[in-house]
Ligand binder design. Sequence first.
Ligand code: FBP
Length: 336
Amino acid sequence: MDEAIVTIERHIVEQERGFPEATGILSSLLYDIALVGKVIARDTTRAGLVKILGSAGNTNVQGEEQMKLDVFADRVMMRLNSFTGRLAVLASEEQENLIHIPAGYKTGKYVLVFDPLDGSSNVDVNATVGTIFAIYLRKSKEGPGTLEDCLQRGRKMVAAGYIIYGSSTMMVYTTGQGVHGFTLDPALGEFLLSHPNLRMPDPPKYYSTNHAYEKYRSEGMRRFTRWLQGMDEEDPRKPLSERYIGALVADFHRNLLKGGLFYYPADSRYPSGKLRLIYEANPLAFIAEQAGGYASDGRNCILEVEPVELHQRTPLFIGNEQLVRKAEEFMVKFDD
Ligand code: FBP
């Protein structure tokens, strides 16, 4: 592919060449999601001016306060994907139940699950937030999609990605042929290829976790954090530097580009972890593996976990594989 200007549309179509049986529907769906990113980016960059900051005044299925931007992003994702005939069903972090295709509109062969706005606590303080998504082929035959279509193992994803609204707006995606990053050129209104074939650098540079919650964590996790800090007498190492933005998508993105580990273990507040398996952990786990990294719930590969609930939570360790495996070792040694 010549180094000329490569739009995300052209890149997606080029990737599709790898699948002779492809129908172009997945490409169009990915392109629709890029458009969702542009619409959300337009408003996040003007957030203070368009009265989109602050609380929406209600809580979501997770019992968390919904921000106006959560509701806005959720609506944009639904509106730009429910009427295209490409999807059987959608599921969102912000909605308790499945999002069915409106009556009178065609259903399609794909399933879209998403976190419309990750890092809600960053919205009002102008810190980085993002949209995370994953795409599956439906399991049900035809007609309205089902819960079973959304409760598929991560390994079954056909595509995943995120859009990050930070100093620039970027879209990063994979269809199982490597990980590719695009930067939105506001002047053109186009996502242009800026980070082809991303690989997680080794050795890693950073670790990301919320230290404030150490007292709620297990012995194994406290010892693991000390090991990352180079304070384990039995196995001293050069400390990793610490960074924590408080938005999973932003912390993951930094570690993808610079090498590192993000972890949100289970603790006495969240015995099953805080983050959601289906639309937070799984999509990023697919990207991590495609970039040479790995993701685990502390014991199992995230992508092999069989989901049982739409909004189920999971502990998450994601980044350079040797760091994720080390975390697993500490849990086996001190928590089993
Ligand atoms: P949502 O904002 O989508 O609910 O995501 C949860 C999240 O904000 C993650 O992005 C982030 O990594 C984590 O929670 C931060 O949690 P804490 O404030 O406990 O560190």
